[in-house]
Design a protein around this ligand. Structure first.
Ligand code: CA2
Length: 138
């Protein structure tokens, strides 16, 4: 089973800034733990701060992978382009957020991805990614 985690803008700062909101673990460290916990899953990871690169990666993996776990970060709330990319591919996409976006500012309550997502997981810290992974397991 091939699953990719795609992270959007500023998530490269995880573990380095704002630990009260996003925790103190880097994503690379969390990803290594996740990979070793699920050795049968072919797990890959991509992060970009650039909207078009995120769209390209959704296109590149969206017809051959079994699942996309997408934290589009701030682009979740602004990007018609990423929303359209999610709609346009065959691979199911689970929208993930580390924080509970519904406890935060109203602009974070909107998502251009949610209408075409398989499901949404928010508010469980980095464990949100593992919960999303579970949704793809047999
Ligand atoms: O809770 C999430 O996962 C978010 O997708 C994170 C985004 C935010 O814009 C969304 O509303 C919710 C922000 C990611 C920024 O990540 C940082 C991590 C460490 C330090 C600074 C930013």
């Amino acid at each position: 089973m091939k699953i990719i985690i795609i992270n959007g803008p500023n998530l490269n700062l995880l573990g380095k800034r704002e630990p009260s909101v996003y925790g103190s673990e880097t994503f690379e460290a969390y990803f290594n733990t996740l990979q070793s916990k699920y050795p049968k899953v072919e797990l890959s990871f991509f992060q970009s701060n650039i909207e078009g690169e995120l769209i390209d990666k959704i296109h590149e993996t969206g017809f051959s992978f079994d699942g996309i776990i997408l934290n589009a970060a701030a682009y979740t709330h602004t990007s018609v382009g990423i929303g359209d990319a999610v709609k346009g591919v065959e691979t199911p996409v689970v929208e993930v957020h580390i924080s509970n976006v519904y406890q935060r500012e109203p602009f974070r309550h909107e998502s251009y991805i949610a209408p075409n997502a398989k499901g949404i997981i928010a508010g469980f810290g980095l464990i949100s990614y593992e919960l999303a992974l579970h949704s793809f397991l047999p």
